[in-house]
Write a protein that binds this ligand. Structure first.
Ligand SMILES: Nc1nc2c(c(=O)[nH]1)N[C@H]1C(S)=C(S)[C@@H](COP(=O)(O)OP(=O)(O)OC[C@H]3O[C@@H](n4cnc5c(=O)[nH]c(N)nc54)[C@H](O)[C@@H]3O)O[C@H]1N2
Ligand SMILES: Nc1nc2c(c(=O)[nH]1)N[C@H]1C(S)=C(S)[C@@H](COP(=O)(O)OP(=O)(O)OC[C@H]3O[C@@H](n4cnc5c(=O)[nH]c(N)nc54)[C@H](O)[C@@H]3O)O[C@H]1N2
Ligand code: SF4
Ligand SMILES: [Mo]
Length: 903
């Protein structure tokens, strides 16, 4: 057994992991105690990474290139791609092709694709899913501080007296950072926590003050806080005078934003706004953390500016415990920004509009120039694809057919694009269905490079095992393609691209790419001239800037009050509150919010192959306020039609105590692989921020109606191979509503649940027979019972004394019992009797366990509730069940359960 240090490939906290393996298989993972981001901790997702590398999980990987569904060699695949791109460029110009990349690529992968698009082809049509994620944060930092650089470090959490968390459900989306916040509060009881979120999330539940503002009203809130700071003399006049400009203009605006006026806009108490402002202003230090609640907005740039203003006006920036820290979502959203991997950026935070910057990059790359015309940003790009303007599209490490807004148009665009390349690790996502050419990439644990987390910390990602089949590292695929395209483009042009005849892509190793990137940063704000692979090897992760001669990375920026603007001063931006692009009305009276769950990652291509990661939330639910449900005659668990201006879908509704009336929330994770619609982005608008071009994914207007159910079907079976849920995906479309779920810890169990409307005929016997075969539920050991009069079908496959599969139609009372039996492997004795008794209720296996709260120790909601009812507190619960004693991801929820159940 050996160990390899690497980085978690999920969120932007950027935790260090130690991979345990035998050089062929990854067998375990644990937190790296030496990594500064996590000091040994991991959350539910990071801690189960090895389970994404089991034989069952690997069976779902893309293993070899396919062209129009046929297995082809790498040479054939990349020659075909190069021919097609060269021909398209020759006929329609460089801007007829585009690359759509991802903040989950490593910096080196990103660097090559960026150079390929902007340097070789001469198009700035290189954009990424970071456009859906961080571009408002980038634009907000640049508009105020002058550069896209988060000035703080995680360490500031330990030092701050006032923590303002806005539009971030840190407890679920950045769990290891939340553990650090919990520790800091324990160590310093005087520290205040303010959370701004329309929902009462687990993060909000932990706050000293929760401002449950109406969606989209952040600017009014921060302006009103600034108003109070001014009124109560809590600003730092000297700092404002010495280090900022534009305050007078902003002051004139915030004069109108009295707490009373903002209270009206935001739907919170004026007193609470005053309290928040006082805590922020009177505390010696204040730190803010923010994420998609601010960014995914049609005024996301201004949301960011408005929160940064609070720091500039009070001088709470550039000092320990102070500053605006934008949390990055993806593991390497920062690295992508560093290499200029967005349609309006070029290498090392250079500006495309600046001719000197373009000349510098062209010189570095040895090309005549880089194009000055900004490329198409994510939403615009897919609109251009839809109009037929983009004729060859290369998608890498992202699943736009699920994650972009207004999916009906995105699917139509992809369907008619003449040439779509998808470079993926997973054999089946909603996007792979559109690929002409599908290229298998090496994934986490199989590839080498670097990533940068939210606190500017650069870490190494390392390969422990070889990738499956013929999969190759993303940078290698990019380089191999680039060289082939280069040869074709050069042949078509009179002289070599750079005049020297040498390839623009001479890299033989990932380190060579890093070194070129490093050179490109010298003299820039993110200068890493002093960093190298060997230094990262010997000293561990380092924060940029790390210029030549430095002995350590940089913990904090702007300590000297100097900002990277022309005047050296930071800027206040004169912004105003504005409504969201789409507002509710009589026809669409409910607001639809969307976001993350604790244990799933985006489109579930990786977390969705680990059965236990479904245990906390087994199916997609539309969360609603109980009053809105009651008005519509909807009960918990009922099927509803969720309608918006761009489409509709079916989903089950659940009452939620986290929402205010007229608000709804749906997780972003479920798409066409696990439910029979494209998911929540069927309904989200393609409206974007005018500066950052980030789409407004958090705000849509919808209506909800009850959908009357006629019948239900449940089919489940063990899946030791691991490919069954992918194979069953086509079944989803055959029902009015259907979902696929995985279950089990030692076993992989796949569960298909389907519903038919009141007017929909019962599934025909032929269809049930077909499903029985698809799930291997036939065979001599299968027990079957049909009650044609009542339309009841019961079928069970028992192997030895164990249940191996079951199908129930119109008799779903036994679902819970059978799920428990099949996943936990109990004796199937009683099942034999029950199955032939027409109307018998299922024997009880004890109270339903319900959701699993603690994933590490498999502790259920029902068990915890029973213990709390018996008078247990947190230490007692932990003593008895161990819940919350390992990764800690469930701690906020345990605390909430305890708090809400005390009589
Ligand atoms: N478990 C898990 N963790 C993840 C991810 C994942 O898929 N799963 N993805 C990672 C990525 S890429 C990202 S970008 C981050 C995202 O991390 P977060 O931004 O923390 O997560 P979200 O759930 O998208 O949204 C955060 C909160 O914004 C709130 N919100 C909605 N509208 C508004 C508003 O108008 N104002 C304010 N103040 N708040 C609002 C929502 O109610 C929600 O609770 O998570 C990262 N971490
Ligand atoms: N409604 C709504 N929509 C949203 C959001 C929201 O809050 N609400 N959030 C938005 C945000 S912030 C984000 S970041 C996006 C995320 O949206 P996506 O980027 O579409 O999400 P993922 O599922 O992470 O897609 C990454 C893909 O890359 C593949 N992959 C993993 N590792 C590798 C690798 O090493 N190489 C290659 N080539 N492929 C790999 C995975 O299998 C997966 O299919 O979603 C956005 N969409
Ligand atoms: S907090 Fe969890 S998902 Fe994020 S990097 Fe750490 S282990 Fe990975
Ligand atoms: Mo993101």
């Amino acid at each position: 057994m050996s160990e390899t240090k690497s980085t978690c490939p999920y969120c932007g906290v950027g935790c260090g992991v130690i991979i345990e393996h035998d050089a062929t298989r990854i067998t375990g993972v644990r937190g790296d105690p030496a990594h500064p981001a996590n000091c040994g901790r991991l959350c539910t997702k990071g801690g189960t990474l090895h389970l994404t590398m089991t034989p069952q999980a690997l069976a779902q990987r893309l293993a070899y290139p396919t062209l129009h569904g046929q297995h082809v060699s790498w040479d054939a695949a990349l020659d075909h791609a190069a021919d097609t791109f060269a021909k398209t460029i020759a006929e329609h110009g460089p801007d007829s092709v585009a690359f759509y990349l991802s903040g989950q690529l490593l910096t080196e992968d990103y660097y090559v694709f960026n150079k390929l698009g902007k340097g070789l082809i001469g198009t700035n049509n290189v954009d990424t899913n970071s456009r859906l994620c961080m571009s408002s944060a980038v634009a907000g930092y640049k508009a105020t501080l002058g550069a896209d650089a988060p000035p703080c470090s995680y360490e500031d959490i330990d030092h701050t007296d006032c923590l303002l968390i806005a539009g971030s459900n840190t407890a679920w989306a950045h769990p290891v950072l939340f553990r650090r916040i919990e520790d800091a509060r324990k160590a310093r009881a005087e520290m205040k926590l303010i959370v701004v979120d329309p929902r009462r999330t687990d993060t909000a539940e932990a706050a000293d003050l929760h401002l449950a503002i109406l969606p989209g009203t952040d600017i009014a809130l921060y302006h009103a806080m600034l108003h109070v700071l001014l009124w109560e003399d809590l600003i730092d006049i000297d700092y404002i005078a010495a280090h900022t400009e534009g305050f007078a203009e902003l002051k004139a605006i915030v004069r109108d934003y009295t707490p009373a006026m903002a209270a009206d806009i935001c739907g919170v108490k004026a007193d609470d706004i005053i309290t928040a402002a006082r805590w922020f202003g009177q505390s010696p230090t204040a730190l803010s953390l923010y994420c998609q609640g601010l960014n995914q907005s049609s005024h996301g740039t201004d949301n960011n500016a408005a929160i940064i203003h609070l720091h500039l006006a009070t001088g709470k920036i550039g000092k320990p415990g102070c500053g605006p820290l934008s949390l990055t979502g993806q593991p390497n959203a920062m690295g992508g920004r560093e290499v200029g991997g967005l349609a309006n950026l070029i290498s090392a935070h250079r500006d495309m509009a600046n001719p000197e910057h373009r000349a510098e990059v062209a010189k570095l790359w040895g090309v005549a120039d880089v194009p000055s015309q900004p490329g198409l940003t994510a939403v615009e790009l897919f609109e251009a694809v839809g109009r037929g303007e983009i004729k060859a599209l290369w998608i890498v490490c992202t699943n736009p057919a699920q994650s972009l807004p207004d999916l009906t148009n995105v699917h139509a665009a992809l369907a008619q694009c003449p040439f779509v390349v998808v470079q993926e690790v997973s054999a089946q996502t909603d996007t792979t269905a559109f690929a002409d050419l599908l290229l298998p990439a090496a994934g986490w644990g199989e590839k080498d490079g670097t990533v940068t987390n939210s606190e500017r910390c650069i870490s190494r990602s390392r390969a422990a095992v070889p990738p499956p089949g013929e999969a190759r590292a993303d940078w290698q695929i990019a380089v191999d393609f680039a060289r082939r395209l280069e040869a074709r483009l050069t042949a078509a042009r009179p002289e070599p691209v750079d005049g020297s005849g040498q390839s623009l892509f001479p890299y033989e190793s990932v380190e060579a790419i890093f070194n070129e990137h490093r050179i490109s940063t010298v003299g820039r704000d993110l200068d890493i001239g002093g960093l190298s692979y060997s230094l990262l090897e010997s000293t561990g992760p380092q924060q940029w800037p790390f210029p030549a001669g430095a002995s350590a990375g940089t913990l904090r920026l702007y300590g000297d009050g100097m900002f990277p603007t022309v005047s050296g001063k930071a800027k206040f931006k004169a912004v105003q509150h504005r409504p969201t692009a789409e507002v509710t009305d009589a026809r669409m009276p409910l607001h639809l919010n969307s976001g993350r769950l604790r244990d799933q990652w985006h489109g579930m291509s990786r977390t969705g192959i680990v059965p236990r990661l479904f245990a906390h939330a087994p199916e997609p639910l539309l969360e609603m306020h109980p009053r809105d449900m009651e008005r519509r005659g909807i009960k918990d668990g009922d099927l509803v039609t969720l309608k918006g201006k761009r489409g509709a879908l079916h989903v089950r509704a659940a009452a939620s105590a986290t929402l205010r009336p007229a608000q709804t929330f749906m997780p972003m994770h479920w798409g066409g692989q696990f439910m029979n619609s494209r998911g929540v982005n069927t309904l989200t608008p393609a409206a974007t921020d005018p500066v950052s071009r980030q789409p407004e994914l958090k705000h849509a207007a919808v209506q909800v109606e009850k959908f009357a159910i006629g019948w239900q079907l449940v089919a489940m079976c063990r899946d030791d191979v691991g490919t069954l849920h992918g194979a069953l995906q086509t079944w989803l479309a055959r029902f009015d509503y259907a979902t696929l779920t995985l279950s089990g810890r030692e076993n992989n169990v796949v569960i298909l649940r389907a519903w038919g409307g009141a007017d929909t005929p019962l599934p025909a016997p032929e269809m049930l027979a077909e499903l029985t075969t698809a799930m291997s539920l036939d065979g001599p050991q299968a027990l079957a019972f049909n009650d044609t009069k009542r339309g009841i079908v019961k079928r069970a496959l028992i192997e030895g004394d164990r249940l191996a599969g079951a199908l129930l139609c119109n008799e779903t009372r036994a679902t819970e019992w059978l799920t428990d039996l099949i996943t936990r492997g109990g004796s199937a004795q009683e099942l034999r009797k029950w199955i032939f008794a027409p109307l018998a209720a299922p024997p009880s296996s004890g109270p339903a366990r319900g959701r699993i709260i603690c994933n590490c120790f498999d502790v259920s909601e029902a068990e915890i509730k029973a213990d709390i009812a018996a008078g247990m507190n947190l230490p007692a619960l932990q003593e008895k069940r161990q819940c919350g004693t390992s990764c800690g991801s469930c701690l906020p929820e345990l605390r909430r359960m305890l708090a809400t159940s005390t009589p």
